[in-house]
Design a protein around this ligand. Structure first.
Ligand code: NI
Length: 180
């Protein structure tokens, strides 16, 4: 495994619509493993392939294990993710992005989503996510369509620079501030 370089928002790769993985070849499995390692090192709770300059429909996610967060403590690797269902219920929450370092913002997301896709072995998977995990999934799936969290904020007051040390103070939001 190897760390990959995370590209930032001025790089046009982040604005491309990523391509589906037609077959999960060994190099794509290696990419997924590298992305998990890169996410851990950042540290972050999610990472999409375009963020490491690979325009492929793949993301990884992992929330630190916590009773408050359903689906936490597991590593998700999802190729070709698609929404099966999105809740009518929306929630506001603070997000950040490893490709937009130094900024956080308040984004409205579906409270729950059901996502289907392929795992590392090419097997079909279907995951129900709610709360922070659902937020991370939506943030990462946006990356696959060239959408950044800042695109989802119309009110400029809802995006702000993160001050040094502030990440530690935001507590539950920290995970989101480091979203990916
Ligand atoms: Ni991001």
């Amino acid at each position: 495994m190897a760390l990959r370089k995370i590209i930032t928002s001025e790089n046009p790769i982040l604005r491309r619509k990523a391509k589906k993985a037609t077959k999960i070849m060994p190099e794509l499995r290696a990419l997924a493993d590298d992305m998990v390692e890169t996410m851990h090192a950042a540290p972050g709770v999610g990472l999409a392939a375009p963020q490491v300059a690979e325009s492929v429909r793949l993301f990884v996610a992992e929330l630190e294990a916590s009773e408050e967060n359903p689906g936490s403590g597991k590593t998700y690797i999802i190729f070709n993710p698609e929404y099966v269902w999105k809740s009518d219920e929306f929630v506001d929450g603070v997000e950040g992005c490893l490709s937009i370092p130094g900024y956080a913002g308040e984004v409205t997301r579906h409270h729950k989503v059901v996502v289907k896709g392929l795992d590392k072995s090419g097997k079909r998977i279907r995951i129900e996510a709610e709360g922070w995990l659902a937020r991370v999934f939506q943030h990462e799936m946006d990356h696959l369509d060239g959408v950044l969290f800042t695109d989802r904020i119309s009110d400029p007051d809802k995006i702000w620079p993160i001050k040094e040390g502030e990440e530690e103070q935001v507590g539950a939001e920290r995970a989101a501030v480091r979203a990916a």
